[in-house]
Design a protein around this ligand. Structure first.
Ligand SMILES: [Zn+2]
Ligand SMILES: [Zn+2]
Length: 265
């Protein structure tokens, strides 16, 4: 579906209402608006669903609400609200910190650290347990059972990985643990302000670290690219694998360990 159609689908499925909730101290909730999400059931009757269910049913990451809220932009982790406010004061800005903060927020700019993503299944489960079971996973619930299988399999793979990490691998076998590192914005020079307030480029780094006992450990392979070359969609990440495999084309056996449940670490 092209982007304009997606937006129009969102427009008809999501409606915005003023927040009804009032916080404990009697003041209205800080969130000025709430969203109601609807999906049609088998009989084409719209049903209200939660945001996470809505987004994941449509195939998005449960925290990726950019299609609902519009494009969200991120600032790198070495920039803080205080830092950019101080910079604006130097440039003759007269508004208060609070109004400045509100303005940044209304532009959909966020300070969330990219790359530190949670496991999707575990995130959904966390919300589900909070909403439906007062914080404890239940026994006879299909969703909880599904997550338990996910967790057991993640624990199982971790055990296998650990035993691989303790093995002595022969010369013709390359066993590696693969991980996408936190997104870096270049140039990155901690403490140097002119390097912060400049146009920066997003860089990605996929590491293929050799695992196993010291004797036959191989060099780490790092595949590095920037946003001008590719992003980090599945297809683009696959190219990083291809590049890494190319480096070891003469190795007979290659084992890659890829962790998709990051909450296990
Ligand atoms: Zn449950
Ligand atoms: Zn998980």
């Amino acid at each position: 579906m092209p982007y304009p159609e997606k937006r129009s689908f969102m427009f008809h499925s999501v409606c915005q209402v003023p927040t009804a909730k009032v916080c404990g101290d009697g003041k209205p909730s800080r969130r000025g608006r709430s969203f109601i999400y609807r999906l049609k059931d088998e009989d084409q009757v719209p049903q209200q669903v939660c945001k996470m269910f809505f987004l994941s049913t449509l195939g998005y990451h449960p925290t990726n609400d950019s299609l609902v809220l519009g494009y969200r932009r991120y600032l790198p982790s070495d920039i803080s609200m205080k830092l950019i406010y101080a910079d604006s004061i130097e440039k003759d800005n007269k508004c208060s910190y609070e109004s400045y903060r509100q303005a940044v927020k209304s532009l959909n700019i966020s300070f969330t650290k990219l790359g530190e993503e949670q496991c999707e299944s575990c995130l959904l489960q966390e919300q589900h347990v909070k909403a439906d079971h007062q914080g404890e996973a239940a026994v006879n619930c299909p969703q909880c059972e599904k997550w338990q299988i996910h967790k057991d399999s993640a624990t199982g793979s971790r055990l296998h990985y650990q035993s691989d990490a303790e093995q002595d691998w022969p010369e013709d076998t390359s066993t590696r643990s693969v991980d996408l590192q936190k997104v870096i914005m270049l140039p990155r020079m901690p403490g140097v302000k002119s390097a912060v307030f400049t146009r920066r480029i997003v860089a990605y780094h996929e590491t293929f670290a050799s695992v196993g006992k010291k004797t036959n450990k191989k060099n780490t392979i790092s595949v590095v690219w920037h946003e001008g070359i590719a992003g980090r969609s599945a297809a683009e990440i696959t190219s990083a694998y291809a590049a890494a495999l190319e480096k070891e084309r003469d190795i007979k056996h290659i084992v890659y360990w890829v962790d998709n449940c990051s909450s296990q670490n």
